[in-house]
Write a protein that binds this ligand. Structure first.
Ligand code: SAM
Length: 212
């Protein structure tokens, strides 16, 4: 068994805690994006941080038939855990289980803040109008949020209460959300486990395909 974290302090703590509980895994301090080739291949890779794209080494270092358990994140929402099986053709396929919400893997974090980086004095953003309630796409319906996050993967939103003219405003940093929500309703409002993900090697990274 191998346990890995990028934080040296946490790695030291994990080593002591695991030894005290009678476990003897290799505890490694490294960037998890590279997996850990010296002990590969693995029957299971279990991530305790979320990702937006699966690092290629995780696919490569899992045996055929092995399991990858990966909390999922999109800029739209952090929700769901992928449970995928490594296939003989080098891909991995599986469905999402609800409720995973882990911190995003460090290398995949994008540092964007609405008021610091996006809104500027004198800016005239393109205006579009929809009758869709902002709460239907960014409220408590996490099935809808997950679906939108997978269908429009680059899109993010921010709730903004620092406005005079409106009680609340939902800023979208992209469009297509209405179409994604309409697709969600047309598909019968699929719950998280109806989303099937396929991860394939693609150059030095991986490609994601989503099906219902
Ligand atoms: C929710 S904590 C889980 C900690 C511990 N594994 C556990 O299960 O209690 C997420 C951990 O992911 C680690 N992490 C984030 N990005 C990482 C990366 N690129 N490589 C390795 N570890 C990373 C963080 O340092 C943090 O300790």
């Amino acid at each position: 068994m191998t346990s890995l974290d990028v934080d040296p302090g946490l790695t030291r703590h994990a080593r002591r805690a695991l030894q005290a509980s009678g476990q003897q895994p290799d505890v490694v301090c490294a960037d998890g994006a590279g997996g850990w080739r010296p002990n590969a291949p693995y029957d299971r890779i279990i991530a305790t941080c979320s990702v937006r794209t699966v690092p290629l080494p995780w696919l490569e270092q899992t045996v055929t038939g092995g399991l990858l358990v990966i909390p999922w994140d999109t800029p739209w929402c952090n929700f769901g855990t992928l449970i995928a099986t490594k296939q003989a053709d080098g891909t991995a396929e599986g469905v999402l289980a609800p409720y995973g919400a882990f911190m995003l893997m460090r290398a995949q974090r994008v540092d964007v803040e609405l008021h610091r980086d996006v809104l500027r004095d004198g800016q005239n953003p393109a205006l579009s109008v929809t009758e869709l309630s902002p709460w239907s796409v960014a409220g408590t319906d996490l099935d809808a949020q997950l679906h939108i996050g997978l269908r429009v993967p680059g899109t993010w939103h921010a709730w903004d209460t620092e406005v005079d003219a409106a009680h609340t405003r939902l800023w979208l940093a992209d469009d297509e959300v209405v179409h994604a929500y309409e697709g969600y309703v047309a598909a019968g409002r699929p719950g998280v486990p109806r989303h099937r993900l396929r991860i394939s090697p693609d150059g030095s990274g991986t490609r994601l395909q989503v099906a219902l």
